[in-house]
Design a protein around this ligand. Structure first.
Ligand SMILES: *Cc1c(COP(=O)(O)O)cnc(C)c1O
Length: 373
């Protein structure tokens, strides 16, 4: 039996009380959070600029506080039923967690083999959600980065005919903002019947004309689709995400959950999430507003000489015109109280990821950009 080789050499032991794994990993770095009271325009973590559904507020006001005496329903049954309505699946096909980051983490633990047991790797796009390599290291799963095409799109054939122990892709992808079609997802699923294909749809609500991969779960037993209320419902602070898949996959996730924390979603979160899911009108209105602001910002940035793909998300991935680097623009905007996300990483360090705020916020952003270029 081969011994695990740690992902990164432990160059410096950070603490003698931490085990070898914790000394060696490099945790995910979230976008910076402003200090309380600081007035800034926050376009760096893809939060929704609009308040959650008024039905959430009502549910909060009506919430029976004595319910907090009791442990919540372990499966978040109410939420599963509401999701089932929205995504046209059965509640048995739904697994709820404390934000989709937790659901993703449980997927990595449940479906992907540890490297001590296999030589195979999980295929992930070379540029994608930066949590995937973190999970790989943390759960001792080998990950293999598959390069994107030069235009940042994913070529499905790059995921076909490659030995693997799983596939994890964000669709639409982040930070590129580009969506792959359902046909392309089918190609990947058809070529990988023996491993689980994880499609992370955190931004799917903002992809015009996109059909969720969740519509394919009855056809493909190896498909798990992960979604969240954080971005599209304006509920990042509530921490509620879910997976949709065949019952066999859902059962696996429950085994992992019940070996870690049987009550990932608290009683209040379950109640508010259910209310939000049921308010289709509010969801649709905010979704349309955001899409139209995004499309306008895309046009205006292009008119200023920025290069950016058409976005299917609530952010744009934009390269400033020659004359200013992404890094200096990021710094100059920050000095003006406007936070966007800059990744100091090869291939993407010429781009900024700019979350879409309200029309007013984006006007201030565009004005500040005009002064800088
Ligand atoms: C934001 C994001 C998530 C995590 O969302 P939660 O707030 O944990 O539900 C997952 N995947 C991608 C690609 C994201 O951008």
């Amino acid at each position: 039996m081969s011994r695990r080789i740690y992902p990164r050499e432990v160059i410096r032991k950070m603490s003698k009380y931490w085990n070898k794994l914790i000394n060696s990993i490099e945790p995910y770095t979230a976008g910076e959070q402003p200090k309380p009271g600081q007035r800034i325009i926050k376009l760096n973590t893809n939060e929704n600029p609009y308040s959650p559904s008024p039905m959430c507020k009502k549910a909060l006001e009506e919430f029976d506080i004595s319910l907090l005496r009791l442990y919540p329903n372990t499966d978040s049954r109410m939420v599963c039923e509401a999701v089932a309505e929205v995504d046209n699946v059965s509640p048995e096909n739904v697994f709820v967690g404390n934000g989709s980051d937790e659901v993703l983490a449980l997927c990595w633990q449940t479906f992907f083999e540890k490297d001590i047991n296999t030589d195979k790797a999980v295929l992930i796009p070379s540029i994608s959600y930066s949590f995937y390599p973190v999970y790989a290291d943390f759960y001792s799963v080998r990950a293999q980065k598959v390069p994107l095409k030069d235009d940042f799109t994913i070529d499905p054939s790059d995921y076909c005919g490659k030995d693997n122990c799983g596939i994890s892709i964000a669709n639409p992808n982040a930070p590129t903002s580009i969506a792959m079609s359902l046909d392309d997802i089918r190609k990947i699923l058809n070529a990988n019947k023996d491993s689980v294909v994880l499609i992370d749809e955190a931004y799917a609500a903002f992809a015009e004309g996109y059909t969720s991969a969740a519509t394919l779960i009855n056809e493909y037993k190896n498909l798990i689709v992960v979604r969240t209320l954080s971005k599209s419902y304006g509920l990042a602070g509530l921490r509620l995400g879910y997976a949709i898949g065949d019952k066999e996959l859902i059962e696996g996730l429950k085994r992992a959950r019940d070996s870690f924390n049987s009550y990932p979603a608290d009683a209040l979160a379950q109640t508010l999430a259910t209310a939000a899911l049921k308010d289709r009108e509010n969801f649709e209105r905010n979704r349309q507003k955001l899409i139209s602001t995004r499309n306008r910002v895309t046009k205006e940035l292009r008119a200023m000489g920025f290069t950016l793909p058409d976005s299917s998300t609530n952010f744009v991935f934009a390269k400033p015109p020659s004359g200013i680097t992404a890094e200096s623009l990021y710094k100059n905007l920050k000095a003006k109280g406007i936070l966007v996300r800059y990744f100091n990483k090869p291939l993407i360090n010429e781009y900024l990821r700019i979350s879409i705020g309200t029309d007013e916020e984006m006007d201030e952003f565009l004005k500040a950009v005009r002064e800088e270029i």
